[in-house]
Design a binder for this molecule. Structure first.
Ligand code: GLC
Length: 481
């Protein structure tokens, strides 16, 4: 690595003294960032540092499938954006978007007084909602650390809250049996070197050590952490952040963790934001999304998604083998906005009867229609009817839509053995040919709300693609003169 005048060699030289101390009894006396760098420098001469990081990356690759097994099965998580910005209540970009002077913004830190253990409420809410993991902002772009740190006083225990909010969160998530994730923004609007690090090498080195040091504390002080969710790497490149060294440190401290792709490296999974986009086959992905239009608490934002939209999004993620990380933005007292709590409870109630359609599921060759989404688990196909067919008036002329209400699916390219309504367990009669599967004698009223699910047992892996009809059905003139 060679960055604007700094080479690995010169860094090692400067850290030589620290490395010597590190091997002695006073290692713990070193400040964490220096200790980190010193330990890196003190590695045996088995190869240079970059080959050690390459080895760490190779290990990360080799252990990925095993490390990510729980995460794939989990499918659905809760994102929590909580920081000083909630006191203003105009979302998490207020500092920059509203041009608030830093000394003004800092006053928020003294006036942030969440009630004790607010995280317990979200953790219980997440469990009832059917979410299996949580990811909370430990430091957002504003630079305020929600955790205890030796590296800055701009942190929850030494400001208004008077305690470590990350610790409360970790304990709350564990108490509910949820996996624990830490969001961490590399970009920092508060740290004096946060922007100058791009053009001033001394500032870059200070800021990178600060950043690595905070991450080291997060990875050291809270027991086993399941996810490290980096965010915004502006203004540096991966090389300038020393992201390989960063990840190597993270995996050394937390060998089973998974990391995302926002520190300039690919990490273990991709993070499409506010849209659902399956990654290429074989690559893990997670869509993160707000429940209204804001991540941080925004008093005026009433653009709430409906439970049906949330369920459809969750199913669309599951259809493509991805996860859905759905956000809440707690208020200054730490409570979740009631609207988000209601949406989550409704989705949770739906999952009680229909969870099989979401977890565990695997990516499939499944093309949605206007009325249905599809997921699959092995040979089980789940038909999630977002529009229930009910009684079409066309049935009086078309036997195709008889008997009862009929859900007809074009291009189900596998033989079906049985079908049943997930909500009631009632079996569903069907007929099938090359072109379509007709699920018949369905109730006229939807059996569930807001989405009804039919479980279809198939002889092999279900493939649903209405477009395949085009190849089987030589153009649409068939039967008409
Ligand atoms: C963006 C936003 C940030 C939010 C994040 C969530 O990076 O800057 O506010 O935390 O998306 O993915």
């Amino acid at each position: 690595m060679n960055m604007d005048g700094i080479t690995r060699r010169s860094l090692l030289k400067q850290l030589g003294a620290a490395a010597a101390v590190c091997s002695g009894a006073h290692a713990e006396a070193l400040p964490a960032p220096l200790l980190d760098a010193a330990q890196a420098a003190a590695q045996p001469a088995a190869g240079n540092a970059s080959s050690q990081w390459a080895a760490a990356a190779a290990k990360q690759e080799a252990t990925r499938a095993q490390r990510m097994e729980w995460w794939h099965a989990a499918r659905y998580g809760m994102f929590i954006h909580w920081g000083l910005y909630c006191v203003i209540g105009q979302a998490e970009w207020a500092l920059e978007m509203e041009g608030i002077p830093i000394p003004q913004y800092e006053i928020l830190a003294k006036n942030f007084h969440p009630r004790p253990n607010a995280a317990r409420e979200w953790a219980a809410l997440a469990r009832r909602a059917g979410q299996k993991y949580m990811v909370m902002t430990t430091k957002h772009h504003e630079g305020f650390c929600m955790f205890d740190t030796k590296l800055t006083d701009y942190c929850a225990p030494r400001q208004g809250p008077g305690r470590d909010l990350v610790r409360e969160y970790v304990e709350a998530a564990r108490a509910e049996g949820l996996r624990v994730g830490f969001y961490y923004s590399l970009m920092d609007w508060h740290h004096p070197d946060g922007a100058t690090c791009k053009t001033d090498e001394a500032a870059r080195r200070r800021f990178v050590e600060y950043t690595h040091g905070l991450i080291r504390e997060l990875m050291t002080n809270y027991g086993k952490i399941d996810i490290l969710w980096y965010d915004v790497d502006w203004p540096l490149t991966a090389e300038e952040w020393e992201s390989e060294r960063m990840n190597a440190m993270v995996f050394e401290l937390q060998p089973e963790i998974i990391v995302n792709n926002r520190n300039g490296l690919p990490g273990d999974f991709s993070t499409p934001e506010q849209h659902i986009q399956a990654a290429e086959a074989g690559r893990a992905w997670e869509t993160c999304m707000t429940m209204n239009n804001s991540w941080g608490y925004n008093r005026g934002d009433d653009a709430w998604k409906t439970p049906k939209t949330v369920i459809s999004n969750l199913a669309t993620c599951a259809q493509g083998g991805g996860n859905y990380l759905l956000n809440i933005g707690p208020r200054p007292d730490g409570s979740a906005p009631p609207e988000s709590a209601e949406i989550l409870e409704a989705v949770g109630r739906w999952l009680e009867a229909n969870g099989k359609a979401i977890y565990p599921t695997q990516r499939g060759e499944l093309r949605s229609t206007q009325n249905a989404l599809f997921t699959r688990n092995g040979n089980l196909l789940y038909v999630l009817m977002t529009s229930w067919p009910g009684a079409t008036p066309a049935a009086q002329w078309l036997s195709y839509f008889q008997p009862g209400a009929v859900a007809a699916l074009g291009g189900v390219n596998v033989k079906v053995k049985s079908a049943r309504l997930l909500k009631t367990g009632a079996s569903v009669p069907f007929t099938q040919n090359d072109l379509s599967l007709r699920l018949t004698s369905l109730p006229v009223a939807p059996p569930d709300s807001p989405v009804s699910v039919i479980e279809v047992e198939c002889e092999g892996e279900p493939v649903v693609d209405h477009q395949s009809i085009r190849t089987k059905w030589p153009r649409y003139g068939v039967g008409m003169s």
